[in-house]
Design a protein around this ligand. Structure first.
Ligand SMILES: Cc1ncc(COP(=O)(O)O)c(C=O)c1O
Length: 431
């Protein structure tokens, strides 16, 4: 007879957890977006049509992974690629990443600086862990994705720098300057989740140069270094002629202190395959490898093998990325053009022209009207009246209640984008 474990668990599990768990675990906050997903599921269960612009993921029905990659995963399993991979990644994948970045970005990293992991997330966490001690200061712009949670997990003091629509929600050198002396790490992301905007060459060069200057100063005084964690997971998905910029190409002297994080998830619509990579100074990479090795956060071996096959095929990769950019642009443009037309009609909505990633920044300019005191109230109204599910920037640590939302297109068709704009227009006109 089975032992029914539930009968032996505490009757008040929360009280027991509060007595037993770490302050970190008790203070952890789960994904804010999942709460919105529950609203969407409820509406769908009631039979209502919802255009779901909340998920930062791809629906395989809209964005299937490339055939070359899919076949290579199956072939790797059939070949018996099923044991532990090396803790820094399969050598053939690290070599493939190296030539991919060299070929596409003109960045030739030493092989010992390249680390493969189970998607970009473990690498971000590994970078936080490798650089920071509890109490160290991390500076990051908001809105941005997950930095508040990583700070919490490593006990760092997070300093959010609030960015504005006028700057496309990217931090200017002037905004970051007051924090250079105290920070141990600055975390930047471009193209940016949640806004779909990108760093200009001029701004990123100035920020990176300031980080180099600060490090040269600290070398004189013996203070600990200032790192730049640069998350470029969407860099292949830039749109309408936008060119991705990376700090090392702009300021080569920054190489000792830059940790680049990148991966397969977004570029190849392969979020479930779990393959990411980072590039950093070899001594930093070795520590990240050992930290993540103990966590066991390797990318699955068959997927690593398949990723190497995909990246090494320059022609297939180019064709694929062209296809991705075309499909993404069609959806984001449908939303952007549609919302801009509503604005031209005099309705209280605006959007920022999409430059990259799978996101559009849109503002429902209703804040201050009765019933619209918070962004969440606006979000609920948009959902109820137009069946369009969006995520307030507040889910990305943005403090203002000014109507800015993230619209994500990975799970919807072009036709759905047009349809939801029509419904949003009707809802706004009825106000
Ligand atoms: C900016 C950014 N970095 C990293 C990730 C995580 O990527 P992965 O799925 O490879 O862990 C995401 C996912 O949404 C993201 O938006």
């Amino acid at each position: 007879m089975s032992l029914v474990v539930a009968e032996h668990l505490p009757t008040d599990p929360e009280a027991e957890a509060r007595r037993g768990l770490s302050a970190m675990a008790l203070g952890i906050v789960g994904s804010e977006i999942l709460k919105i997903a529950a609203d969407v599921r409820r509406m769908q269960a009631e039979g209502q049509q919802v255009v779901n612009l909340t998920v930062g993921d791809f629906a395989p029905s809209e964005f299937r992974i490339p055939r070359r990659l899919e076949d290579a995963v199956s072939a790797a399993i059939a070949e018996g690629q099923t044991n532990y991979p090396p803790s820094d990644g399969l050598p053939e994948l690290r070599r493939a990443v190296r030539s991919f970045l060299d070929r596409e970005l003109g960045l030739d990293y030493p092989l010992e600086g390249i680390l493969v992991s189970g998607g970009a997330r473990p690498l971000l966490y590994g970078a936080y862990r490798a650089v920071l001690d509890p109490g160290d200061v991390v500076v990051y712009p908001v809105p941005s994705w997950n930095n508040n949670h990583y700070c919490h997990m490593v006990g760092a003091v997070g300093i959010p720098v609030v960015c504005s629509a006028e700057d496309s929600f990217l931090p200017t050198p002037e905004l970051l300057a007051p924090h250079l002396r105290t920070a141990r790490m600055i975390v930047l992301n471009s193209p940016l989740n949640p806004t779909g905007t990108t760093f200009s060459e001029e701004a990123l060069r100035a920020v990176t140069q300031a980080i180099v200057d600060e490090n040269l100063r600290r070398q004189q005084t013996g203070e600990r270094a200032l790192y730049l964690l640069y998350d470029q997971v969407y860099w292949t998905l830039t749109l309408h002629g936008t060119r991705h910029v990376d700090p090392i190409r702009l300021v080569p002297a920054s190489a000792p202190w830059v940790i680049l994080v990148d991966g397969l998830s977004k570029a190849f619509a392969a979020t479930g395959l779990r393959v990411g990579w980072s590039c950093a100074a070899p001594a930093v990479t070795a520590r990240m490898r050992d930290i993540l090795g103990h966590v066991g956060a390797w990318a699955p071996r068959p997927e690593q093998r398949a990723s190497a096959v995909m990246l090494d095929d320059a022609e297939a990769t180019h064709a694929w990325l062209d296809h991705m950019r075309t499909e993404i642009a069609a959806r984001l443009d449908a939303l952007y053009d549609g919302l801009s037309a509503l604005r031209a009609e005099g309705l209280p909505v605006e959007a920022i022209a999409p430059a990259g990633a799978i996101y559009l920044s849109a503002r429902f300019d209703l804040a201050g009207r009765a019933g619209f005191e918070t962004n969440d109230a606006i979000r609920k109204w948009v959902l109820a009246t137009s069946g369009t599910a969006v995520v307030p920037f507040n889910a990305f640590a943005y403090p203002h209640q000014d109507g800015w939302m993230r619209l994500s297109i990975g799970a919807v068709s072009v036709a759905q984008c047009h349809a939801c704009v029509d419904r949003i227009g009707a809802a706004l006109r009825s106000l």
